[in-house]
Design a protein around this ligand. Sequence first.
Ligand code: DAH
Length: 340
Amino acid sequence: MIKEQLESIRLEALKKIEQAADMSGVENVRVGVLGKKGELAGILKQLGKLSAEERPVVGQIANSVRAEIEKTIREKAEQLKAMEGEARLKAETIDVTMPGSPVCIGHEHPLDKVLDDVKEIFIGMGFDIASGPEVELDYYNFEALNIPKGHPARDTQDTFYISDNVVLRTQTSPVQIRIMEKQKPPIRAIAPGRVYRSDAVDATHSPIFHQIEGLVVDEGITMGDLKGCLMAFAKRLYGEETRIRLRPHHFPFTEPSCEMDVSCFRCGGKGCSMCKGEGWIEILGGGMVHPKVLKNGGIDPDKYSGFAFGLGLERLVMFKYSIDDMRLLYDNDVRFLGQF
Ligand code: DAH
């Protein structure tokens, strides 16, 4: 009777060990069968009821059952450990041939893109890149550029005044004076930068926008040099077939002054919605540097002459990419920027 119980405990235990999925399953079997209050202990308590001859025989069987179960548990434990290690290795494997996860790369802003194009063209013609302060003295922004206090040209530039003598520069032209103060001819420089005017925001206006100033001063510089230089610039920027035209204009700091149009690069001059049927698009103002301005820069107007020009970067960008609302350039909507 006890022998049969031992045999069924043995079989049952071996089966449970075999089926255990992990170490805690194995441990349950160990405690349930071999533990202090386990099945085997329960059997051994009954040994006293047996006869003196039977007792050692059954005791031996019980011992061998215990030994077999212990051995099986050890083997199972080793097997489980090996499996665990294998599973961990598999999970930790790195397939170095897998493609990497895509990295999101930013886009160059269209204003920067076109500014880079413009810089490269002028650097190619031997120009330096200059800069000046955005918080500027009234003297540089107006006075030295032949726009004295009370001059009507001041009214056209809705100026942010910081104090009587300090303004947010309304144009990049003050950099002309700063360049001439520091450097003697020959001078060839462009000065890109931010400018400020108290304008309400709409599709074509912003209180902050960008200009690119140009200045060339040397002996014998003429209007022909201005035209040749700006023609080369326009052709590089918009294509070889581009034509330019100069129209008389007035700026206080140039004499004579002009505005420059380029043939419409969309319709080639026939007239379209971009050029409003004109065939021409105005891109800059310029002229021969006024003798007074040369003098204010410390340069002798009897010996030297020069030309200057100023263009609006936003206008260039908007025409180049057919953008009809300037606000798109400042909103920084990634759906817009992602197109460049
Ligand atoms: N500063 C002028 C403006 O903001 C643009 C300009 C015109 C600049 C003629 C020049 C120039 O250097 O010669 O409207």
